[in-house]
Write a protein that binds this ligand. Structure first.
Ligand SMILES: [Zn+2]
Ligand SMILES: [Zn+2]
Ligand SMILES: [Zn+2]
Ligand SMILES: [Zn+2]
Length: 522
């Protein structure tokens, strides 16, 4: 056991540069840099205190113990792990790398996914929301540029009209502007009063369910097709010994939610056709011959047109809202090695969106509460304020769910419907403009898991640190705080991490740029 270090006392009153000099002048500086390395690039690491023990894996024998008092700053630094680039660029970068691996392995195999998956039919589909009212938009009808990398093509006028109509609120129904890509008007309604904010937040709220039913419909279409073409059902025996006959194909997916500028969510989804192994339901096997990428594509288009949800009644709208896909559903094929849409480009494109949430809309906040809602919601305010207001208003406690909280003895006779208000979650997700789903999701069988990637990384680091792999590290740790001790520390740790990553980052950003062009073309 080493002797306790001299305790570093940060000069909190000093400026950042003075803090940097102060830290760098301590004899333990290089040890501190090494100690903070695993959380080095993090904007707001978690500090943990307590005891760490090295335990022999087979016997459970404690080989050594160390208290964090003996470590620099008396604490362990753990990266915050936030996936959002706007919250912690470095942790988001790590997450993006993992997301890339998850998506890529589902296309090409690797990390436990069989390499044969690269022969399964795959399509890349974009599912959009319908219109909730006209918004300013940018559209390039025909590209004349040699390379999209330096596209300078002129966009068409936003919403050209022959007549000088106005809506009932006196707003022009036309916009002749050719909007630049960074024009803040993009995604904003032409008339805020005509726009159906309630419908949009309800759509965002039910979009996950719409997707779930759509995927079921895709699988149902393929199952029907198999039957029609004489591909037999597969006989499987369940764990409890029951015999079941299941369709011979299934669809695995990896999906990213992207919040558009108008604040409607849309989904980018990889759909892969898999077969069924009667002896091992978890095995990834090719689909039966005779079911092709054309069939998958056709099944997606059919399901998209067919699936529509009518949401449950709401006091503001007894008939509920219709939740269906927009007209533009883009389904494309992927070429594994070359061409416009390669495995690597698709994986990079999806990984890029995995680190974003509502940023494109201009809104960013944590969960809203009755104390903070008035800072953001306004039924007469701008587009975002009205969307947030719609979430809060539609998610209010209504007659159908007051029974549980405020029921009197008489109410309990059964006269009140105690079914919870289906829309209550809109308040919980008001800061996400109604969308309560995850931004990256995948079918269980699609690919490797994030957990496995994290474990692999931890093992790799341990090997790198030259710890014997037959020991495990057990920590009895408690939370001591968040963030670096000083701004100077943050600068030092972040700079060191940035230098270590420089080379790797450049490679990835070039790919990301190319991938962005794929998306821009979509
Ligand atoms: Zn972080
Ligand atoms: Zn416009
Ligand atoms: Zn162009
Ligand atoms: Zn209007």
């Amino acid at each position: 056991m080493s002797t306790p270090l001299t305790i570093y006392r940060p000069d909190l009153a000093a400026g950042r540069d003075a803090q940097v000099l102060h830290r760098a002048a301590t004899p333990e500086f290089s040890g501190w840099l090494e100690h903070t390395r695993t959380a080095g690039g993090c904007a707001r690491p978690v500090r943990l205190t307590g005891t760490i023990a090295a335990v022999e894996r087979d016997t459970g024998r404690v080989l050594g113990e160390q208290h964090t008092d003996e470590l620099p700053d008396g604490a362990l630094y753990k990266a915050c792990g936030n996936r959002r680039e706007s919250q912690c660029p470095d942790c988001a970068w790590v997450y993006q790398g993992d997301a890339y691996q998850v998506v890529r392995c589902g296309l090409t195999g690797g990390k436990g996914v069989p390499a044969s998956v690269d022969r399964h039919p795959v399509v890349f589909a974009t599912f959009t929301a319908p219109s909730f009212g006209p918004v300013h938009h940018r559209h390039i009808p025909r590209h004349t540029c040699a390379t999209r990398q330096r596209c300078d093509c002129r966009p068409a006028p936003c919403r050209a009209r022959h007549t000088a109509e106005t809506c009932q609120h006196g707003q022009p129904a036309a916009c002749f502007a050719r909007h630049d890509a960074d024009d803040p008007r993009l995604g904003q309604p032409l008339c805020l009063d005509c726009y159906d904010h309630a419908h949009q937040v309800v759509w965002n709220y039910f979009s996950g369910e719409l997707w779930r039913r759509t995927k079921q419909a895709i699988e149902r279409h393929l199952a029907v097709l198999c039957r029609r073409r004489g591909v037999p059902l597969v006989r499987v025996v369940t764990a409890s010994g029951k015999v079941r006959w299941v369709p011979p194909v299934r669809v695995s997916h990896g999906k990213i939610a992207e919040m558009q500028r108008r604040a409607a969510v849309h989904f980018h989804v990889l759909l892969r056709l898999d077969g069924v192994d009667p002896d091992d339901l978890d095995a990834l096997v090719p689909p039966p011959v005779g079911i092709t990428v054309d069939d998958l594509e056709a099944a997606v288009h059919t399901a998209v047109r067919q699936i529509t949800i009518t949401t449950p009644p709401h006091p503001d709208r007894q008939g509920g809202w219709v939740v269906a896909w927009g007209e533009q559903v883009d389904v494309r094929r992927i070429n594994s090695t070359s061409g416009e849409l390669t495995d690597a480009k698709v994986a990079t494109y999806l990984a890029k969106y995995a680190t974003k949430a509502t940023e494109a809309t201009g809104h960013q906040s944590t969960r809203l509460t009755p104390a903070t809602i008035d800072d953001y919601a306004d039924p007469e305010g701008d587009h975002l304020a009205r969307l947030i207001d719609a979430c809060w208003h539609l998610g209010r406690p209504t007659g159908t769910d007051t029974a549980s909280g405020a029921a009197t003895a008489d109410d309990r006779q059964g006269s009140i419907d105690t079914k919870p208000n289906t829309y209550a979650g809109l308040r919980r997700w008001a800061h996400m403009l109604g969308f309560g789903g995850h931004f990256l999701t995948k079918a269980r069988r699609y690919s490797v898991t994030f957990g496995l990637l994290r474990d692999t990384r931890a093992t790799y680091r341990r090997a790198e640190d030259d710890h014997p792999t037959d020991t495990v590290t057990v920590g009895m740790l408690t939370y001591a705080g968040s963030g670096w001790l000083t701004e100077g520390d943050a600068l030092l740790a972040n700079t060191a991490a940035a230098q270590r990553r420089q080379a790797r980052r450049i490679g990835r950003e070039e790919l990301a740029h190319e991938a962005w062009l794929v998306g821009a073309a979509a």
